[in-house]
Design a protein around this ligand. Structure first.
Ligand SMILES: [Zn+2]
Length: 503
């Protein structure tokens, strides 16, 4: 058996059964007894008191006996992917408690091996469950030389959930590929798939999008948990101030025109658009259609079309077809070229409310960007009703954040000298936030509603600075001002604010 750790000299062991608690220390003999009774599963994590590394029970000398033969079996399947071998392998997995989740495969749900396989199904369930409970948006299986890393992304930050011996890589990826209805025999080409899985204490049905990418160390698998953020997806929740919310909601209720959300990748633009759709859906009747690449969240009551936006011809065709079906609101995932911009502008001029995103840094930058793409300034001025800039920042954990006074130097740096001495908070880390100091994220927003004066500025010179200054005079705060407000409200840290507004 590969990857066997050396037998530790210390006979004190801790274990976890996935309920969030650590048990122990106990002697190995005691663990063996529990293993024999079935209370300690081969997939549960065990750690020697001498070491800080967790490993699964099946790989601890003395606890491996029930699973050894199967590990060899799995290797044989992975090394020689004959169709028969894989079939047996899949049936072996299906024989476990997850059989029902695969649907329609119950006739094959029998264990064909002489000995039980390690409970890959339970392990895969446990990983998804852990990711969901921690509020992760993604779960990655990342194979390295001799281990496989299981990473999760929580609030935009990657953290390692578990590490496994490399020989579990094949079975783990295989199980998820089966769930996502991918071809498990194909390991050299990228594949996509998806499945719905019950997770959490309420067995919520979570949509999961799977993507598989071959690397030199084997297949890298990414699972995106789509519903995780949708639960909280209201405009208020994403951190818009009351004033900004009123403006935004007013424009989302418009019968026609265009609303653009700008920001770099990962700034939460689509989250805001989805929240806008939900708001619209809740307050106004009408047909809503989206064209996305890819569909990131499922929204009940909205027709969502998924189109590869790099396929420009098809993207434009789908968009035109959608407009013919006469929706009231169209959401276009991203405007990235002349063609999609043209269609969006025409739709916005002919009785549709168009929502989309644009990859620019500032709200005022949206005007120049559209003109650079090839749209006439007068068209931009007449169709664009609202431009929003957005950043996403980690929200400080309110259970452990530590107050202190803003120094003069910091206040000067932010351009708010008179705020020196006011209370701001630093991240600390506690049990509630799992030591991270942060919980969830909050958006910073800058809104520029286009009035007659801005329309004229767009047509005449489109001076971004001038437009942004004018919007501020009208009482619409800049990204930084919104950030300062959230800093002084204790929602975000100074460090994060500086990083987010200096890019
Ligand atoms: Zn905390």
């Amino acid at each position: 058996m590969p990857d066997s750790p050396e037998k530790p000299s210390c006979d004190q062991w801790y274990f976890e059964i996935g309920d969030g608690n650590t048990y122990g220390p106990f002697s190995l003999e005691k663990l063996q007894k529990w293993a024999a009774l079935g209370n300690l599963m081969p997939t549960h994590r065990v750690r020697n008191a001498d070491s800080s590394e967790w490993t699964i029970a099946a790989y601890v000398p003395g606890l491996e006996s029930t699973t050894k033969a199967t590990v060899d079996d799995d290797e044989e399947v992975v090394e020689k992917p004959t169709s028969k071998g894989i079939g047996g392998f899949v049936r072996g997995l299906g024989g476990k408690k997850g059989a029902a989740a695969e649907g329609g495969d119950k006739s094959q749900a029998r264990v064909v091996h002489n000995l039980e396989p390690p409970d890959i199904v339970a392990l895969c369930d446990e990983l998804l469950e852990s990711a969901f409970v921690r509020g992760a948006s993604d779960l990655h299986l990342d194979p390295e030389d001799d281990i496989v890393l299981v990473d999760i992304r929580v609030d935009g930050e990657l953290e390692t959930l578990r590490k496994f011996p490399k020989n579990l890589h094949g079975p783990l990826v295989g199980r998820y590929k089966v769930l996502a209805k991918m071809d498990i025999a194909e390991r050299r080409a990228p594949q996509d798939g998806q499945f719905v899985y019950p997770l959490g204490p309420n067995k919520k049905r979570v949509s999961i999008r799977a993507a598989c990418l071959p690397t030199t160390h084997g297949e890298r698998l990414t699972l995106r948990l789509l519903a995780v953020e949708t639960e909280e997806l209201t405009l208020k929740r994403i951190g818009m101030s009351k004033e900004a919310l009123e403006v935004f909601a007013k424009y989302v209720g418009h019968r026609q025109g265009m609303i653009l959300v700008t920001g770099p990748t990962g700034s939460g633009k689509s989250t805001t658009l989805y929240a806008a759709l939900r708001h619209r859906l809740a307050h106004q009747p009408g047909r809503i259609i989206t064209v996305e690449d890819p569909v990131e969240f499922d929204i009940v009551g909205v027709a969502q079309a998924e189109v590869d936006s790099t396929d420009r011809v098809r993207f434009a065709t789908v968009l035109r077809n959608i407009l013919r079906s006469d929706p009231d609101v169209v959401m276009i995932g991203e405007i990235r070229d002349r063609e999609s911009a043209d269609i969006a502008i025409k739709a916005a001029l002919t009785g549709h409310l168009v929502l989309s995103t644009l990859h620019t840094k500032s709200a005022a930058g949206a005007f120049t960007r559209l003109i650079d793409i090839g749209i006439e300034p007068y068209q931009v001025a007449s169709t664009l009703h609202l431009s929003v800039a957005q950043r996403l920042i980690r929200r400080l954990c309110t259970h452990c954040r530590k107050p202190r006074q803003l120094t003069h130097a910091e206040a000067d740096l932010l351009g708010i000298s008179d705020a020196a001495g006011k209370t701001v908070y630093d991240p600390v880390g506690c049990k509630q936030c799992r030591g991270r100091g942060y919980q969830g994220r909050v958006g910073l927003f800058e809104l520029i509603p286009i009035d007659e004066s801005i329309s004229r500025k767009i047509i005449n010179s489109c001076d971004e600075e001038e437009i942004a200054r004018y919007a501020r005079e009208q009482g619409h705060p800049s990204l930084k001002q919104d950030g300062v407000y959230k800093l002084l409200a204790g929602a975000i840290s100074l460090q994060d604010l500086i990083v987010a507004t200096s890019e």
